[in-house]
Design a protein around this ligand. Sequence first.
Ligand code: ADP
Length: 653
Amino acid sequence: MAASDEFETELDASREQVERPLWRLFRAYTPDHAPWLAVGLLTSVLAYGTVLVTPIVLGTTIDAVFTRESAYALPLVPDAWLPSEQETQFWFSTAVVAAALLGGAVLQWVRGVAINYFAHGVMYAIRVDAYEKMQRLDMTFFDNKETGEVMSILNNDTSNLETFFDNALGDSVRIGVIVVGVTTALLYTNRQLALVTLGAVPLLVGFTWWFARVIEPRYTRHRETVGDLNTRIENSLGGIELVKTTSTEAYETDRVRRVSRDVFDANMDVLKLSYFYRPGMELVTGAALLATFVLGGLWVFSGPPLFFSGELTTGEFVVFMLLTQRLTGPMAQLSNIVAWYENALASAKRICGLMDVPVRIEDAPNPVALEDVDGRIEYDDVTFAYESGETVLDGVDIEAAPGETVAIVGPTGAGKSTVAKLLPRLYDVSEPRGPDGPSRERSESDGVTGGAVRVDGHDVRDVRLADLRSTIGYVSQDTYLFDGTVAENIRYGQFDADREDVVAAAEAAEAHGFVQTLSEGYDTRVGERGVKLSGGQRQRIAIARTVLQDPDILLLDEATSAVDTETEYLIQRSLDRLAADRTTLVIAHRLSTVKNADTIVVLDDGEVVERGTHEDLLAADGLYANLWGVQAGEIESLPEEFLARAAESAAER
Ligand code: ADP
């Protein structure tokens, strides 16, 4: 999505309301994966604890075995367990260090597995939940073309969180354990010299804090440029046919080059600062190491320097040097953690934003179950507008008795398809429901939506949504096929239908003939969106799908796309067969197909202007008669007033 669209969509609005998103997701999803997290954290602490063993044991051993400055003693190990003879002490220390290294390796492995299971398990659950939620959103959400945005939430943002849970969690523990461990060990060994070494820590933390603040906007900018690049590429690829036929490859390459350049610049801005950070951190720790070396060295040589007092043994000195070095690496990773955190926070916000978009079309609190449907349809004084648009339907009344066929005709943009979409509740005539149930009242101020659509006398908003939609067979203008085989596409929605049913449905839909000529018959793959089939073939597969569904009510939004006469005849014949014994609402874009309808409703600019049978309407000599005349080639053009209005509404759009 382009940056200029910000805050214009529902998703943006919802995102703005989100509070403490990372914490919220963590709290919601951790309980199911808590054992992995617990094991992961515990082994992290232990694994990084073992890192401290080597320097401490080596230091102690030097003092006891080599310089003999103090007795052999190991922290946390009872003296009684320790050997008294010096060579044995040497080997004992070696064994302890070896055990620590080995134990550390095993713990690291367990830690990795546990944290991975936790992080990936949480993200798996979040991804599925977000997808499930997204599917329940109504068409208005998708009309705003937020699918690209949703894709990036389901892919990129969940990956960002994964990285955070995977790496940042483990690394924070590591840094925590090491800093606390090293600090304790240094203070325990020599409090005064420890203060010199640890003087670096506040400096390092402050430096990192500053760095995180400076780099944050650069990261944000980088993320934005990457988003723009994705959108650009998606757009170009989507129109690849147009690009080729207009020979605009160079133009497109140039556009991609420009956004790529932005990505490059933004990336370099981030990297330049990062290059500066790591050496900076190393300088500070290096200075601490050097100060410790100089002061500690003098101390061992010739007694306490400056204002220091007491004794420092060679072994203690070695412990200091080794431990201080252990501090550098983890501290330098602080900035990674900050970056991961910032990323994860932004992503969590986007995920929560999606999860919080209100679901407006869903089951009423106690929905009516539809059983033994007769198929009576009523549109009762229906007034409708799309979100923030002007009135598209105005006081429309339509009735279809069980088994009847009602055709809706009218000029393009009259609102015919909108009538169709209200029946299966792709849109609702009411405003969103309040907590007390449907808000059915038409208030003075809105006036844009109102009335009711009923099936068998039940308001569609009161009926169980799944019942409603399985009662209605919808053959829409743009037939969609999934990437899969012909049989899978026909069976879509009726997954337990067997091959015979599928073939019978295809026969009824006049599809069997061409399916047999395909290389693998019903097992031929149709390609993405069915690209390997012609428009007429796709339509017939969609009809076969509806034949198999065997709905009580049929909703036909007739295709406008041109097919050859023979195919049109086949399609029409199969549709007539399909419509024969069920209530049918046909949105007709070509009048020839609806001559035989029981009632023809003529819509113009959202209002019903005429209704009756074909003969009635011809006799009335109104809009229908005019449209009929134009299509039949009897008159050349529609009356001026219709053309003027069509041009006007086209200009508005
Ligand atoms: P018809 O099927 O008669 O050609 P439609 O019902 O498709 O007419 O459209 C009626 C009006 O509603 C048109 O002005 C169209 O631009 C508008 N419209 C249709 N679909 C949408 C939508 N999803 N969002 C906003 N406006 C829409």
